[in-house]
Design a protein around this ligand. Structure first.
Ligand SMILES: [Zn+2]
Length: 311
């Protein structure tokens, strides 16, 4: 039996915009004279809110990322959380187009510098991170191209991937040209799929979008799980986030996914909003009936498929 602690521990999925520590957000809101949105307090105290409430809380945190220092602070929070749970790496989703162009609240240069400084600081403390640029699925493929127009001309070396997130409102087959363009620029491709959209999105993302990694994949049916296993497609699973945002998906499909041979690994998603870390996620996995051997597999997959640990 493999020892769970023998593989490096990696947070396989976490968002910059959902990373800020509650203490920092509270003091920053006070300094700016902003009232905290109600759903944020509910989430911090472990309550569930409707998806719109989550978005309100998410946008409130995202709006604070308007300087290099704030972005760096968010990376610092990710690194600290990872380190405190015994982790050595994280794959960090970040949305430059949303903050720089859509919201117009920070320059691209300040955004990249905040990430670069934060990642360097993390590395100095033994935690290696990389960035996955996130585009908004429901804004459609035209938006996807606009994200690439923004980031590709001067892509920092720590950006390893391109992904879609948000609501799964736009078919993945329509995203295929965007994914192809990102891949041609050397980026790996991931997608949030089968989270707030149907399980068929997972199959479509892989077969028609050419997606190489799935975030969540909660609603995938057995045939799709077989496909994911056969193609060795990594799937990032975030139990605390799922419990708050995909309340109808019960029981959690993680045990079923693992039985099908899918290369699942654990991530924290938005721990600044939905309090959790790699420790709570492992505990959640254990409470689904998974034993030490299976937890070791999760951890091994987490390291082997992590983009932050790859060249
Ligand atoms: Zn996510």
């Amino acid at each position: 039996m493999s020892d769970p602690s023998s593989h490096p521990l990696v947070d396989r999925h976490t968002h910059l915009e959902g990373a800020l520590d509650s203490a920092w957000v509270r003091s920053e809101a006070e300094r700016r004279g902003l009232a905290l949105p109600g759903p944020l307090g509910t989430l911090w105290s472990g309550g569930a809110v409707p998806f719109e409430g989550f978005i309100e809380a998410f946008l409130f945190g995202a709006a604070l990322l308007d300087s290099q220092q704030a972005v760096q602070e968010a990376v610092r929070a990710v690194a600290r959380r990872t380190r405190q749970a015994g982790g050595v790496g994280f794959d960090l989703w970040a949305s430059p187009h949303f903050l720089v162009v859509y919201r117009g609240q920070i320059t691209l240069d300040a955004f990249w510098r905040g990430l670069e400084e934060g990642l360097a600081e993390a590395l100095a403390e033994g935690v290696r991170g990389c960035v996955v640029v996130d585009a908004v699925n429901h804004f459609g493929p035209k938006h996807g191209h606009a994200v690439l127009d923004l980031v590709l001309p001067d892509l920092p070396p720590y950006v390893k991937g391109f992904s879609t997130g948000g609501l799964e409102g736009s078919p993945f087959r329509d995203w295929a040209p965007v994914f192809e363009r990102a891949q041609a620029a050397g980026l790996r491709i991931a997608a949030h799929a089968g989270e707030n959209g149907p399980g068929s999105n997972v199959r479509e993302a892989v077969l028609e979008g050419g997606v190489a990694r799935i975030v969540h994949g909660l609603r995938a049916d057995d045939a799709t799980l077989d496909l994911l296993a056969e193609r060795r497609i990594p799937v990032d699973v975030c139990p605390s986030s799922n419990a708050a945002l995909a309340v109808d998906v019960v029981p959690h499909p993680l045990p079923r996914m693992l039985r099908a041979g899918v290369r699942c690994a654990l991530g924290t998603d938005d721990p600044g909003l939905i309090p959790c870390d790699l420790g709570t996620e492992a505990t959640a996995a254990r409470s689904m009936g998974l034993d030490d051997t299976t937890l070791a597999v999760l951890r091994q997959n987490g390291a082997e498929d992590a983009w932050c640990l790859q060249a």
